[in-house]
Ligand binder design. Structure first.
Ligand SMILES: Cc1cc2nc3c(=O)[nH]c(=O)nc-3n(C[C@H](O)[C@H](O)[C@H](O)COP(=O)(O)O)c2cc1C
Length: 136
């Protein structure tokens, strides 16, 4: 497991969306924006699935994902493995959060599942000498 720093977490919370990248069993890539994201702890994030299709199919057969977020020229990429919860406390809390989010935005939203990303490694993606280097 790898741990996010305060700065990585601050930026993750600040950006409106991150990019969730998955791949089929055969390695065909798929990258989509996700805004319904939360930090659970230094080693774990949660993404709510409302509209994921290819991404969900990919994660079912290949749990390896990358999540990338940035602002300006500062950015980070985590690599991790997912578990998907569609019942239980964490899912129910996620479902309530997404329902509230939809109500506030003025259109109904429903979470189909909570994608829990267990962070295995973190890399910098900022341009410059440290580009792509593993940070945690
Ligand atoms: C800014 C933005 C944020 C989004 N956030 C989410 C999200 O948090 N959860 C979700 O399920 N879909 C979200 N979506 C929608 C998915 O990215 C979109 O449905 C995507 O087409 C899923 O494609 P897939 O078939 O590759 O999984 C968001 C889209 C945009 C443009």
């Amino acid at each position: 497991m790898a741990q996010m720093t305060e700065r990585m977490k601050e930026l993750f919370n600040k950006v409106p969306a991150a990019i969730l990248s998955t791949a089929t069993r055969d390695g065909v890539p798929n990258a989509v924006p996700v805004g319904a994201k939360k930090i659970i702890d230094d080693e774990t994030i949660l993404i709510s699935d409302q509209f994921l299709n290819k991404t969900l199919e990919n994660m079912k057969v290949n749990p390896n994902v990358a999540v990338t977020w940035w602002e300006g020229h500062e950015g980070y990429q985590l690599k991790g493995t997912v578990t998907i919860e569609t019942t239980g406390k964490l899912y129910e809390a996620t479902a309530r959060w997404i329902e509230d989010l939809g109500a506030r935005a003025g259109f109904p939203l429903k979470s189909k599942g909570a994608v829990i990303v267990h962070i295995d490694a973190i890399y910098g993606v900022s341009p410059g000498p440290g580009a792509g280097k593993q940070l945690a």
